[in-house]
Write a protein that binds this ligand. Structure first.
Ligand code: NAP
Length: 330
């Protein structure tokens, strides 16, 4: 990867060691940006290795955050807790770091754009046939979603920089660990079709989501809340078909009523043991399967920016499968 020009604009990425953040780093570098990545002493740096990226450990102090944002023209805030033991853990991972970063951004004189990666979970589920739009009142149903929404409310009209909030649906793609079990099951010839609950979903490749974040950085008129999604609403059949195409093998769907999954998932230690064996029995995953639709409408993002997703589910799953095999993850 060639190094960006010394006078190229500088973007800061938090959560740069994670699945989405590492793709945001790649997309910024491809766009000619200089990139500074916020990392922690414990972070696994594998996705940043060999790239012209400066890493900074800002910690939680004002000084550290000021050093992180010094001379930056833009920040993409991807860091966040997607798995926490309780509501306090989600707030600690999603609300407080965002509050501190916004305060530091207010002190950073050269900062022009702040993109916060939130989630469809902040808005809550949709109804079939009517994907969530930015104008719908948010109604999160999980501690995670509530913490992402609370972080969103920290952005106000008085901030001295342009800000945009990106709300992706569930993401899959190379480097993502959440979909590994789905692909591992498909390798054995099986997938699941939950009935009596979720029947419409938006899914997006993490690389397309990263491109959406960069489009919001680059578009001087982009401001406010944006869902990121293509126009297609997916169902369980689409998912099974994409798995069949990706794996090039027959994949049969095991029909599982959501109510039964909820009973099996249980609570406490037995729930945790079941979750460790089969991700679909994770009580949090089962809770996400209960609403009939997790869909969002990406029309505003497509209208306000040049962003268009580059991969449909078939291509995204094919490349994800190839990545998992190559990485030895399945
Ligand atoms: N994956 C999805 O399906 C999805 C969908 C919608 C929205 N999102 C949002 O996208 C963002 C990235 O998610 P992801 O899937 O890429 O997650 P991920 O792979 O778990 O990455 C999370 C990143 O955030 C960092 N991080 C976590 N807690 C932190 C804290 N308290 N302080 C500083 N850094 C912290 C992690 O650093 P370490 O490497 O040091 O642990 C890591 O770099 C999150 O904000 C999430 O809410 C994700």
């Amino acid at each position: 990867m060639t190094s960006p020009a010394a006078n190229a604009p500088l973007a800061v990425v938090t959560g740069a060691t994670g699945f989405l953040g590492s793709h945001v780093v790649d997309a910024l570098l491809e766009g000619g940006w200089r990139v500074r990545a916020a990392v922690r002493p414990t972070s696994d740096l594998r996705w940043l290795q060999g790239k012209p990226v400066r890493t900074v450990v800002p910690g939680e102090t004002d000084d550290g955050l000021d050093r992180l944002l010094a001379e930056a023209a833009a920040v993409v805030h991807c860091a966040g807790a997607i798995n926490a033991p309780d509501a306090a853990g989600y707030r600690a991972g999603n609300v407080e770091p965002t509050r501190r970063l916004i305060a530091a951004a207010c002190r950073a004189s050269e900062l022009r754009a702040f993109v916060y990666v939130s989630s469809l979970a902040a808005a809550g589920p949709a109804v079939p046939g009517r994907p969530r739009a930015e104008t719908d009142p948010p109604a999160p149903i999980s501690a995670y979603g509530r913490s992402k929404l609370e972080a969103e409310t920290l952005f106000g009209t008085q901030l001295p920089f342009r800000w945009a909030i990106l709300r992706p649906p569930a993401l899959y793609g190379p480097r993502d660990r959440a979909f590994v079990r789905l692909f591992a099951w498909a390798r054995r010839g099986w997938t699941v079709r939950a009935v009596g609950g979720l029947r419409e979903m938006s899914l997006l490749d993490g690389r397309d989501c990263a491109a959406a974040a960069v489009a919001l950085v680059k578009t001087p008129t982009a401001h406010g809340v944006y869902f990121a999604a293509d126009e297609r609403r997916l169902n369980w059949h689409d998912l099974a078909e994409a798995l069949r195409q990706a794996t090039q093998r027959p994949v049969r769907a095991l029909v599982a009523p959501v109510g039964v999954l909820r009973l099996l998932a249980g609570r406490g230690e037995s729930g945790r043991r079941a979750a460790a064996r089969w991700s679909l029995l994770d009580p949090e995953v089962v809770a996400r399967l209960a609403p009939a639709a997790w869909t969002c409408d990406g029309a505003r993002l497509r209208q306000d920016t040049a962003w268009r997703p580059q991969r449909d589910l078939a291509r995204g799953f094919r490349e994800t499968w190839a990545f998992y095999l190559d990485a030895g993850w399945i």
